[in-house]
Design a protein around this ligand. Structure first.
Ligand code: CA
Length: 381
């Protein structure tokens, strides 16, 4: 099978892509990313994709909030955004600490956050000078158009729970719950397993916050879940060493984290971020075949407080919650598409590199995944 044969649509599909529909005045989809950038490198992939989509005029990256306490996470996020030419507001988790990642589970994966923080230029001088996550959430939401923001959660849900619990303050007369209901058009969460299971983002650190967000999120606002079974079966980053310059922080982070000469990694957070900006309608936004669909029509997610596991409850009256699944046969296409974003030149302001897609398709080796080496349920912290 030709790797890209389903990726590339006709030239006619490109028309109007630059003016892709969005919820902000300029057609960009406004997003806030809530990340645990610290250990697994798929958060780097997610921030790379968000910055690329921002530069391509499809996303409006309004802010990044950290849900892990190491100050290296905030600094690394700033280094990544700076590399893509973007000065994005960042909020460090409190209390801030000086931890560096050590893989005490597999003794295999490497640390990258402190290295990104100190070997690439960054706009942010210190994590201590940032607002708190709740302050940044409230500031961005209070100034946003109604029903405009997509929040993309690719880590723990502590900040979102704190946002929902926040009261009126000097930033906004609205409570956090009211801000979410009024300003957010969709919450996209990488977490859980569907229709049921246990996953680290939900149950690993702060299941109480997971339950609070999932059970108290306003019913008028859509939630879309990206489960461990989705990104865990799609391996991206295979060709980064051939396609990125040696000074790329994305390449370096993947090399440091995965190690052993590989940059191949499951795609939990990159897929979630891609959907969080573009939704299901990939053909109209970037001119590629549909790759994602909803796995359910109705019902809702429920969290077992004791351990953060989730189970889908069937209920035809509730239609604001969905989980994502891959369209049949789209595994290789999705991996190849993610690789396009991960290897995107920061100076290129278009996400439509069809000549390159075709060119790469001729030479790209067939997908080789190290399946089984680790699932999200074995997420290293
Ligand atoms: Ca993550």
């Amino acid at each position: 099978m030709r790797l890209f044969e389903f990726l590339i649509l006709t030239a006619e599909s490109l028309v109007g892509v630059v003016e892709a529909t969005g919820d902000s005045d300029d057609g960009r989809q406004p997003i806030i990313i809530d990340t645990d950038l610290f250990s697994d490198v798929d958060d780097v992939g997610a921030l790379a994709i968000a910055n690329v989509l921002h530069n391509c005029g499809l996303a409006d990256l309004r802010g990044i909030v950290l849900n892990t306490p190491s100050h290296y996470g905030a600094l690394a996020a700033s280094a990544l955004c700076t590399y893509y030419g973007n000065d994005v507001p960042i909020a460090a988790f409190r209390l801030i600490n000086n931890d560096t990642f050590f893989d005490s589970f597999y003794y295999l994966y490497g640390e990258y956050a402190s290295k990104l923080a100190y070997h690439w230029p960054r706009k942010l001088d210190s994590a201590f000078s940032t607002p708190t996550p709740v302050e940044l959430y409230r500031t961005i939401l209070s100034s946003a158009k109604d029903k405009s923001i997509h929040i993309i959660s690719i880590g723990f849900l502590t900040n979102l729970a704190d946002l929902l619990k926040s009261e009126a303050d000097h930033i906004s007369p609205l409570s956090g719950l009211e801000l979410a209901a009024q300003k957010v058009s969709e919450l996209i969460i990488m977490g859980g397993e569907y229709p049921s299971g246990w996953e680290y983002n939900f149950g690993g650190i702060d299941p109480e916050s997971t339950a609070h967000v999932v059970h108290h999120w306003p019913k008028s606002v859509n939630i879309t879940y990206s489960g461990s079974e989705l990104g865990g079966n799609i391996f991206s980053g295979q060709s980064l060493v051939q396609r990125l310059p040696p000074d790329s922080p994305v390449l370096s982070a993947y090399q440091w984290y995965v190690g052993r000469g590989s940059t191949l990694r499951p795609s939990w957070d990159p897929i979630t971020t891609l959907y969080g900006v573009l939704g299901l309608d990939l053909p109209s936004k970037i001119g590629v075949r549909p790759m994602l669909e909803y796995g359910n029509e109705s019902g809702y997610n429920s969290i077992v407080l004791a351990n953060g596991s989730n189970v889908w409850i069937n209920d035809t009256d509730i239609t604001n919650q969905h989980w994502l699944r891959l369209v049949d046969g789209a595994n290789y296409s999705m991996a190849a598409l993610l690789d396009e974003f991960l290897s995107h030149d920061p100076s290129l302001k278009s996400c439509f590199r069809y000549d390159l897609l075709s060119e790469n398709a001729k030479d790209m080796p067939m997908f080789v995944g190290n399946r089984g080496i680790r699932g999200k349920t074995g997420h290293v912290e």
